[in-house]
Design a protein around this ligand. Structure first.
Ligand SMILES: [Zn+2]
Length: 234
């Protein structure tokens, strides 16, 4: 069985904060945990982060991870017309492809109207993970191919992976291959005193890092091979 750890690299808890503590404080810790556990992941970054923190994005690539695209400014694609969607894809692709051959995409908020899907192919993307099994109301939707793009859903929202371990394990056991988990760098910073929405701050920081390590171990107990998304066989 294959599984992917994916990280959406963006400013902190969009749209609630405009800080980048996830990039400056969370990302180095996250990269250390992944290196310690010999996990290669997929990092979907905004173009904005790549321009502000080029050294952070370079380190992601140097550590052997896949760099993917998470839009340019974290605008929701459902709020964009074709021109706006093109601007996001153009600007993000230009900023991110300075670091790596970026071919995988995930829309902010897993929100990509089908009308924009052909644009992904036009801008050179071959894999899209902009939908979530938890968002479609079905945990049994399968990967498919549309407009020549492999669409592989995220398996579940990040929050259950920060739940107490009995719950986290029970949820994990229900997920079908390919398992695609997603996280954010800001989850690995203590957000407990930011006053934002509870699900954005509960068990953030060190507890989230410990839970990520436990999740990696649980996946391996299920004989999962952890690979970047581009290496998933669907
Ligand atoms: Zn995001």
């Amino acid at each position: 069985m294959q599984a992917s750890i994916t990280i959406d690299v963006e400013h902190d808890c969009p749209p609630f904060l405009n800080t980048y503590r996830g990039i400056t404080d969370g990302l180095p810790r996250l990269l250390a945990v992944l290196a310690d556990n010999r996990v290669r992941a997929t990092f979907f970054s905004t173009g904005d982060v790549a321009r502000r923190y080029p050294d952070a994005v370079k380190r992601i690539v140097d550590d052997g991870h896949e760099l993917g695209c998470h839009g340019d400014t974290h605008a929701r694609f459902s709020t964009l017309d074709e021109k706006g969607a093109r601007r996001e894809l153009q600007d993000a692709s230009e900023s991110l492809r300075k670091f790596s051959d970026v071919r995988s995409f995930r829309a902010p908020n897993l929100d990509l109207p089908e009308v924009h899907l052909p644009l992904l192919a036009e801008y050179g993307y071959t894999l899209d993970s902009s939908w979530g099994r938890h968002k479609c109301g079905s945990y049994f939707i399968k990967p498919d191919v549309r407009f020549g793009i492999r669409r592989i859903p995220a398996s579940i929202s990040p929050l259950p992976m920060r739940a107490p371990s009995p719950i986290r394990r029970a949820v994990l056991a229900l997920l079908e291959a390919p398992i695609v988990l997603f996280f954010h760098p800001w989850e690995f910073v203590d957000m407990s005193r930011t006053g934002i929405r509870l699900d954005c701050r509960i068990r953030t920081g060190e507890p989230a890092l410990d839970l990520l390590e436990a999740t990696i171990a649980d996946l391996r107990r299920r004989s999962a091979t952890l690979v970047p998304m581009r290496e998933l066989q669907t």
